[in-house]
Write a protein that binds this ligand. Structure first.
Ligand code: AQP
Length: 355
């Protein structure tokens, strides 16, 4: 397992978990916004299972986040089940930990409104993911897309989560969550009410790039299916996509410096290393100077061996929507039991009348 490094010193919120032999409470989420892919798996879902012995975990299908861009209403429920199935197929224990979908726990949206009033326009305007997703069409994107990071802060702080596993792309949003917690605690003179949540950063392959363009992130919403390996792809599809993955005319890189200059090769080596649970340098050494065809054949075997069982289990679960819905319903009840008292306390701090 890759090394996990934490950012700052433990705070009082962490101490209560340490007293129970745990390292803290985790919240993380995945949007039901398209086909789950290898990047989601290596950057997030695989780690969810790896964290569950050390942390109390809440894993959420963030459907409220998904609708910040248009989603086909007919697809939202099946996509939500697909993601919950991926959590289970990756080995998350839905009895011990909490798996649920965000819209079933209205406390997320209620706390998000308060955070909309705590966060500053200047802070939100600096969010690079908003700039990337909005592109040149800023006037036409939803207000929800702009406010997305305040909802993410609410997802985390409605459970006073102490840690959040983050890939490169979410670091800035977690910083904002920390700023919101600090400002709320200061504005209302409630020191330490919300924790200053710490990032959990995994060493290897936190950012998987497109198979068609090694400079672009692998993404659910990329129109080209050949840009990503979907978790439900069968062995033939995985082999075909790796065979067609973009490379360059040279033999495989023989040093890290050489790989860094060649984003497509670097990406494939990073994927190999993450799937094999080795450092990228070891993968570079293993294939240095060889032909891409030999490397791609090894990568295909490895990807099929590692992803095949996860995909097969996902397919099995997706054929049993009643079971998956039961897991989500049960998870939402448990999540609400944790969130409701924190929201009630927050409302009291803000000063809302409760006749
Ligand atoms: N390419 C990636 N490499 C590593 N990690 C990734 N994640 C996403 N893409 C990569 C991680 O997956 C988790 C869930 O992501 P999300 O559902 O919140 O959406 P996203 O980050 O916007 O992912 P996508 O796949 O690119 O979706 P669309 O196309 O809908 O925007 C997060 O932990 C993320 O870091």
């Amino acid at each position: 397992m890759p090394d996990v490094t934490t950012g700052v010193a433990p705070n009082s919120h962490i101490a209560q978990y340490q007293a129970r032999g745990l390292k803290g409470r985790i919240l993380s989420g995945v949007q039901p916004s398209g086909d789950l892919h290898l990047g989601n798996y290596l950057g997030a879902i695989r780690n969810f299972a790896r964290l569950q012995n050390d942390y109390e975990c809440l894993y959420c299908v963030v459907d409220l986040h998904a609708i910040t861009v248009w989603q086909d209403p007919a697809q939202l429920a099946p996509k939500t089940r697909e993601i919950a199935s991926a959590f289970l197929a990756a080995g998350v224990d839905g009895d011990k930990h909490v798996i649920f979908n965000q819209s079933m726990v209205p406390e997320h949206a209620e706390l998000a409104w308060i955070f909309n009033c705590v966060a500053r326009m200047g802070w939100m305007s600096r969010m690079t993911q908003f700039k990337e997703k909005a592109g040149k069409d800023r006037e036409n994107v939803s207000l929800g897309l702009f406010a997305y990071p305040a909802l993410m802060a609410a997802d985390i702080l409605i459970y006073k989560a102490t840690h959040v596993p983050v890939g490169e792309d979410q670091k800035q949003h977690l910083e904002l969550t920390r700023d919101i917690a600090i400002k709320f605690n200061n504005d209302f003179a409630v020191p330490d009410f919300f924790p200053v949540t710490e990032p959990l950063i995994f060493g290897a392959a936190t950012r998987v790039m497109s198979l068609r363009d090694g400079t672009k992130k692998m993404s659910k919403s990329d129109p080209s299916d050949f840009s990503r390996i979907n978790l439900t792809d069968d062995a033939d599809a995985i082999a075909q996509k790796i065979r067609r993955a973009k490379t360059d005319p040279h033999p495989m890189p023989d040093t890290a410096a050489d790989a860094e200059k060649r984003p497509d090769a670097d990406n494939l080596l990073g994927i190999y290393a993450a799937l094999a649970d080795i450092e990228k340098d070891a993968a570079i050494a293993q294939f240095a100077g060889k032909q891409f065809s030999e490397f791609k054949s090894a990568l295909t075997d490895l990807a099929v061996a590692k992803l095949g069982p996860v995909g097969a289990e996902m397919q099995r679960l997706m054929k049993d929507p009643g079971h998956v819905d039961g897991v989500l319903r049960n998870g939402a009840e448990r999540a609400r039991a944790l969130a409701a008292p924190i929201l009630a306390e927050t409302y009291k701090i803000v000063g809302f009348l409760k006749p």
